[in-house]
Design a protein around this ligand. Structure first.
Ligand SMILES: [Zn+2]
Length: 276
């Protein structure tokens, strides 16, 4: 099994968890990947997929809380690496051209280098907010999977405005004697700054259409696209297991361990034999 380096984590995070040696493997290279249930609650599924695809130096699996505690951006970066196939560093997506006179479907690929370049290793950001006639600097941490889990529970019983304020308050790293302004302008500024420091959560891709050359910058739900990619990988794997087990009577776990390129060679031989 080919593993790649685990995305870089902030120093404070590594300190908390004792700097474990981690690597990451592609999804669809272990039998347990066939058990992943895609309609399951997204944050829970993401945590479990990252945990299952993280390879530790020893055989012990890390506790789920490690993965819940990672920032949302880091979790997406992990998911991206998991969704790239072995021997590849890119994930393909299908888009529609943004030119209203064209709108043709087009293929784009994003590489893990582009994703890693966009991600920073900070876990706190500093925002200057106006206080009366002066200003003060406030610190906020980036939202994590644990925050998302908590907010999802709370959002069922609160209004959007209340949730936004509660989210901002929970991300604020309090300094003694400091009071957080929660007027409309401050909330807007904090929201925009948090978004700009989490480019994988608020993902925009600059691309151009190969048919009409129109350049556009669509906003994409990267997390959702990556989950769709994982779901496609699983469907493909099941189809390969089905076809190879039927002809060669190999066991499911053997087939999963065969690299995809070689599985496809066997499949083309089966197809050729069927038409011979
Ligand atoms: Zn076009």
């Amino acid at each position: 099994m080919i593993c790649r380096p685990f995305p870089k984590l902030p120093q404070s995070f590594l300190k908390k968890y004792g700097n474990p040696i981690l690597k990451i493997r592609s999804f669809g290279t272990s039998k347990q990947d066939l058990d992943v249930d895609f309609p399951e609650s997204r944050p829970v599924m993401i945590t479990e997929v990252i945990r299952a695809c993280t390879v530790t130096g020893n055989s012990d699996k890390l506790d789920s809380e490690f993965f819940w505690d990672m920032s949302l951006g880091k979790r997406i970066e992990c998911l991206f690496n998991i969704a790239t196939e072995e021997n590849s560093n890119e994930v393909p997506f299908e888009l529609r051209c943004g030119n209203p006179n064209c709108e043709k479907p087009m293929d784009v690929t994003i590489t893990s280098y582009e994703i890693a370049k966009m991600q920073s290793n900070i876990d706190q950001i500093e925002i200057t907010l106006p206080i009366g006639n002066s200003t003060d600097n406030y610190f906020f941490r980036l939202p994590t999977g644990s925050d998302q889990r908590k907010w999802m529970k709370e959002s069922a019983s609160s209004s959007d405005g209340e949730i936004e304020k509660a989210i901002i308050k929970s991300l604020w790293v309090q300094k003694p004697g400091q009071e957080l302004p929660l007027d409309e302008l401050s909330i807007h500024k904090i929201g925009e700054e948090l978004k700009s420091h989490d480019p994988l959560v608020d993902f925009k891709l600059t691309t151009f259409c190969p048919y009409c050359n129109f350049e556009f910058c669509p906003k994409l739900n990267l997390e959702k696209l990556l989950i769709n990619q994982l779901s496609d990988i699983k469907d493909n794997l099941i189809s390969h297991v089905h076809q190879l087990a039927r002809v060669y009577h190999w066991r499911e776990d053997w087939i999963v361990k065969i690299p995809k390129a070689r599985r496809q060679e066997y499949l083309s031989l089966i197809q050729r034999a069927a038409y011979a």
